[in-house]
Ligand binder design. Structure first.
Ligand SMILES: C[S@@+](CC[C@H](N)C(=O)[O-])C[C@H]1O[C@@H](n2cnc3c(N)ncnc32)[C@H](O)[C@@H]1O
Length: 224
């Protein structure tokens, strides 16, 4: 799969087509669609328990979104949240910081005909505890793609994930190495907080398997 700088990115999810406007010239990374987000959605579509013919399906539990509540962190254009919504994730709240909200809201509106119900958006800066509380956690599924690129935001990001995900919930993470410092800190700290499962590359969607991009499943470590 090639990273594209086309102003419009289309994404087929089951029988629906999502379409996103991106602005690669803006000063905010959140106005672009990043490959991690497409890869995560197409992985979830490939193993979606309602359509996947493989038995046993190793992802049948985590990708069974029935009656689950979801939230996306650092959503940018909102690809992952809208894609997982089409795969059954309920009550999805799509979040990012204030400067990215116009691009997010624009893309949500653009896809309204495909998304029969409207999804909610909310401002969330990972270090803002009031904003975290106002979202009324916990969530069964926390989604984040390509959000590890600044060392100083690693701790707040992981704390926000921990505060938002339920005891038996999962964090679905689309990951690409962006900064060696952020990478080192993220993987050091995340291992203390979560049990981590890496999706084998061959389990990604064959047409959406960008070499440097991975999908991880985080679960809260059980308290002894
Ligand atoms: C590289 S973009 C990824 C956007 C989108 N998830 C995707 O994969 O296309 C990183 C996103 O993280 C968001 N972000 C960065 N720092 C943040 C913070 N402290 N709180 C909330 N969001 C943040 C940015 O605004 C941006 O939307």
């Amino acid at each position: 799969m090639k990273f594209t700088d086309s102003p419009v990115i289309d994404l087929q999810v089951l029988n629906s087509q999502l379409s996103f406007h991106q602005d690669n010239g803006s000063m905010h990374v959140g106005t672009s669609v990043w490959p991690c987000s497409l890869i995560l959605v197409k992985f979830a579509e490939r193993w979606h328990p309602q359509t996947c013919a493989v038995t046993p399906n190793p992802y049948s539990d985590i990708l069974n979104f029935q009656n689950k509540r979801g939230i996306e962190l650092g959503a940018g254009c909102g690809v992952a949240a809208m894609g997982l919504f089409l795969l059954g994730l309920n009550n999805v709240v799509i979040t990012d910081i204030a400067p990215v909200m116009p691009a997010l809201k624009h893309n949500l509106k653009k896809n309204k005909p495909v998304l029969s119900k409207s999804l909610k958006t909310a401002q969330l800066n990972w270090s803002n505890q009031d904003q975290i509380k106002s979202l009324n956690p916990p969530f069964d599924v926390v989604v984040a793609t390509d959000v590890v690129y600044l060392e100083e935001t690693v701790s707040p990001l992981l704390s926000a994930m921990e505060a938002l995900v339920s005891e038996n919930g999962v964090v679905l993470l689309g990951y690409q190495l962006r900064s060696p410092e952020a990478h080192k800190k993220f993987w050091e700290l995340s291992g203390d907080m979560f049990d981590i499962e890496k999706v084998p590359h061959e389990h990604l969607h064959p047409e959406y398997a960008y070499e440097e991009t991975d999908v991880y499943v985080f679960r809260k470590k059980k308290k002894l």
